[in-house]
Design a protein around this ligand. Structure first.
Ligand code: TYD
Length: 213
């Protein structure tokens, strides 16, 4: 039985990544696959507590520099990876992640200026070297993305449009550097068209294990 596949979804806030991850989860489950979806930060009691500090309106009052912010995301990642993701992959479950290590590289690294090399090293430590088999990057210009968010902004969303331009460019740089892992999808397209494109990418990944979907 092959190890389960790990697929992450990345993109700036408002790119529609969470909607797509949920659609893919439903689709694969409908086809009889064992599949789990987690969001970062979160997915464990510690992760949810970290999420509260980092993203709740209450947490927005707590000032923190980029490195401290990153280390909190990393703590959530270490907990989720060791306690949840790895055991699921070991029993051949497909794991979908709404954000993973690339979010820290894009947001805290390219966005907030934390040393990229430090993030890579700590990410490696937090994940024990685990990397997604496939990363779907939903690419969208920040003005369109931010205009889609119709709820109160969290801490990160308050960093503003210039910050998100840097994050987007950062993501595209990451995708260019690892073309085998990343698939960039135009997030301005129709929702169903995007889902279809993502499914094609997942299909070719599964085909490598001789699995058809
Ligand atoms: P969330 O409400 O899940 O937003 P989204 O639906 O856009 O993913 O909040 C996650 C926020 O945390 C989002 O603004 C991105 C940010 N984030 C980082 O800055 N670094 C990270 O490592 C992770 C995982 C998330």
């Amino acid at each position: 039985m092959p190890r389960g596949r790990l697929i992450s979804f990345e993109g700036i806030d408002g790119s529609g990544k969470s909607t797509q991850a949920e659609q893919i989860e439903l689709y694969l489950r409908g086809k009889g696959f064992e599949v789990k979806l987690f969001r970062e930060p979160g997915g464990t009691p510690l992760g949810e507590a970290v999420r509260e500090i980092l993203l709740s309106p209450r947490g927005s009052d707590i000032a923190m520099d980029g490195l401290s912010e990153y280390l909190l995301f990393a703590a959530s990642r270490a907990e989720l990876t060791g306690k949840v993701i790895k055991p699921l992959l070991d029993r051949s479950c497909t794991v979908l992640l709404d954000r993973y290590g690339d979010s820290s590289l894009a947001y805290q690294g390219y966005g907030r200026g934390v040393d990229i090399d430090i993030i890579r090293r700590v990410n490696r430590l937090a994940t024990g070297g685990l990397k997604p088999d496939l990363t779907v990057l939903l690419d969208l210009d920040p003005d369109t993305a931010l205009s889609r968010i119709n709820r109160a902004s969290d801490r990160i969303e308050q960093y503003g449009a210039d910050f998100f331009r840097k994050v987007r460019e950062g993501y595209l740089t990451l995708a260019e550097a690892e073309p085998d892992r990343f698939r960039v999808v135009d997030a301005s397209l129709d929702v169903d068209v995007i889902t279809g494109q993502i499914l094609m990418h997942i299909e070719s990944l599964f085909n490598q294990d001789g699995i058809t979907i």
